[in-house]
Ligand binder design. Structure first.
Ligand code: FES
Length: 186
């Protein structure tokens, strides 16, 4: 009787130790799954917008995706509303500059450089100021709105926030939230 209660006690004690060991190893495993602080910080890309030149496409990187940055010239801004209004039938005022990000006095297209059809990377043509996706002939204007199918929509705009002259990708600021709400991007 004494022996059996001793066995019972030993069994419980062993079970408790094994339980603690299991919790500890689960905790260690969870810690190893959690991203390190530096990896979380790597989810953001900060761009100094004063570095870009008009009508010159620069491809940046954010979370492994190509990001197109295209500073608009005055000529591009002047024709933009016209192109979009022809495409959509809406008035120029409705369409003007909605896909662009204003920083200081300058306007920028900042979008994910993956075709919304099947994900190829479109090429920018500075002479005609448009994007051509060579995979199936899809085209976009200089604000990355579709001008020729098959892409179903314009190039997507990544979450961003404006901080002075800087643009932080990966953080959804008020300008980005407004674009989402108004259907400018998905
Ligand atoms: S992937 Fe761009 S047109 Fe098909």
């Amino acid at each position: 009787m004494k022996n059996s209660s001793r066995r019972g006690f030993m069994g419980k004690a062993f079970g408790a130790v094994a339980g603690i060991g299991a919790v500890a190893s689960l905790y260690a495993m969870k810690k190893s799954w959690d991203p390190l602080p530096s990896v979380k910080a790597a989810g953001f890309t900060t761009l100094d917008m004063s570095a870009y030149k008009e009508n010159e496409l620069v491809v940046e990187k954010w979370r492994g995706k190509p990001i197109f940055v295209l500073k608009q010239s005055q000529e591009m801004l002047d024709t933009e509303g016209k192109n979009m209004s022809e495409l959509t039938g809406k008035s120029t005022a409705d369409m003007d500059k909605k896909r662009l990000i204003k920083i200081g006095d300058a306007h920028y297209l900042v979008c994910i450089g993956l075709c919304t059809h099947l994900g190829c990377i479109p090429g920018y043509r500075p002479e005609t100021k448009d994007f051509l996706c060579a995979c199936h002939g899809g085209m976009y204007d200089d604000t990355a709105m579709v001008t020729k199918a098959p892409p179903p929509r314009g190039l997507d705009i990544p979450p961003f926030t404006v901080k002075g002259n800087l643009l932080v990708l990966g953080e959804a600021g008020p300008e980005y939230k407004k674009m989402k709400e108004t259907g400018i991007t998905l």
